[in-house]
Design a protein around this ligand. Structure first.
Ligand code: PLP
Length: 447
């Protein structure tokens, strides 16, 4: 019998998952299209590799095992799997057509909703992926300022301008690598030191798991303004989760440009670039940004339906309330077990993460052990709580019970120093070795 969301007696039986994985390895390199869903992030040998379907907050793997999913498909599922109003909207649009030979009326309808919801959206562009709109924002910022350099902080997708600044930049021409540099979050001096009159844009996630220091985002905005540099908020994760209008609404700061995707269409592929009209109007002629599926109507219909639910049910508030219970519950357990040196749950409640500190000895092996024990208890776990509207109070209670069961095992393994001998699979792999405090802009020599 497949495992369910319960304290299963045994680890799940994973036969078809591994068969598919072995076959896929013969013809795909790598097997995954999204690193965060791939085997490197789920302990190979201990975790399912392929899912088959989902409903609400639950997913089933290809061997029929059921899990409570805290990953929300790495962000897009703001509501949950198979949310009826969104799926109905997709079905209705499917009957009328998927994509057309002229623009579709939904392009305007959805743009006007985004214009209403996102504070800086004087103007709106629609595209397909996060990387698309990040690149479009950088290109238009370069055109507007007549400058070429970019300062970034965090992850911004797979395109050349950004990956050039990471340690996986093979295949990117040297000339491009010389144009993007990183700065460190919450360290205003690291930004100030790198800003000069060659910097077209500063792009950052307004927050990831650390809160901005008081005044930090305002200072970033002011530095950019005084330097003639455009400020871009990458709101892939904060958008529609922390507040309907994203971090710009939450913190009351309007960046020149902002980019959104993930949570806006409950799983359908769509992305938005919003910002100043005088900047975005360069796309009319001088700056090129077009793609075949940009006006694809199923995703637009899903966006319209998702926005309606997000608004009417005040989903950001719901995510914050549930996320807070989970975060507080985890940290209370950690305190009771005397594990504060090893782990904590941190982040704004709509999306929190479990840290595993260097004090644990080998955080990536500890994470694999943690993951394997959560999987046994029917929880698909990658260390984050990406809150969905369809996560129930019972899901949270159950997850806290699972943590209460698993954390003592983690503590014991760390303190006995035998984590690796408990692993049924491989340790988790680091996605990038270095993304920040890396490739900082060299200081100009004093003149
Ligand atoms: C902050 C951020 N920016 C950009 C991207 C790239 O988005 P996509 O994978 O849709 O191209 C991601 C993806 O996870 C992201 O988290």
């Amino acid at each position: 019998m497949p495992n369910t969301v319960s304290f299963n007696a045994d680890y799940p039986v994973l036969i078809r998952s591994f068969e598919l994985y072995e076959k896929a390895k013969q013809i795909m390199s790598p097997v995954t299209q999204t690193m965060a869903k791939g085997p490197g992030q789920y302990s190979i040998g201990a975790c399912p590799v392929y899912l088959s379907h989902g409903k609400g907050s639950r997913v089933w793997d290809v061997d029929g095992n059921e899990y409570l999913d805290w990953n929300a498909a790495i962000g897009p599922l703001s509501l949950g799997y198979g949310y009826p109003e969104v799926d109905d909207a997709i079905r209705k649009q499917l009957e009328k057509g998927i994509t057309f030979s002229l623009m579709h009326e939904l392009e305007y309808e959805v743009a006007s909703l985004i214009h209403e919801i996102i504070p800086n959206a004087e103007s709106v562009r629609i595209s397909k992926s996060g990387a698309d709109v990040c690149s479009a924002a950088i290109r238009v910022a370069r055109a507007y300022t007549g400058r070429e350099k970019v300062l970034c902080c965090g992850y911004h997708g797979w395109h050349d301008w950004y990956i050039a600044a990471t340690d996986r930049a093979n295949g990117i021409p040297r000339a491009v690598r010389d144009l993007t540099f990183t700065f460190n979050y919450n360290d205003i001096d690291s930004l100030r030191d790198s800003l000069d009159n060659e910097v077209a844009a500063v792009i950052l996630e307004p927050f990831v798991f650390d809160e901005p220091k008081p005044g930090y985002l305002q200072e970033v905005a002011e530095l950019c303004k005084n330097n003639g540099t455009l400020l871009i908020f990458d709101e892939m994760w904060s958008g529609f989760r922390i507040a309907l209008g994203g971090a710009q609404e939450f913190f009351g700061i309007k960046p020149d440009l902002a980019v959104y995707s993930k949570a806006v269409a409950n799983g359908m592929p769509i992305a938005f670039l919003t910002g100043r009209k005088d900047v975005l109007q360069l796309f009319e002629k001088d700056v090129f940004f077009y793609t075949t599926f940009g006006g694809e109507a199923l995703s637009l219909a899903a966006t319209k339906a998702t926005l309606k639910v997000l608004r009417e049910k005040n989903v950001p508030k719901n995510l914050a309330e549930k996320g807070q219970i989970l975060k507080d519950g985890y940290n209370k357990l950690v305190e009771e077990l005397g594990m504060k040196a090893y782990t904590q749950c941190k982040g704004y409640p709509c999306r929190t993460t479990i840290t595993l500190e260097a004090t644990t000895g080998n955080p990536l092996a500890v994470k694999a052990y943690f993951q394997q024990e959560m999987i046994k208890r029917g929880i698909l776990w990658q260390g984050n709580h990406n809150m969905m509207y369809m996560h129930s109070k019972e899901d949270i209670e159950y997850t806290l019970k699972a943590y209460a069961d698993v954390l003592p095992l983690i503590k014991e393994a760390i303190e006995k120093g035998d984590v690796t001998s408990r692993l049924r699979g491989k340790p988790i792999e680091a996605a990038f070795r270095r993304v920040d405090n890396f490739n900082m802009k060299p200081k100009e020599p004093a003149k």
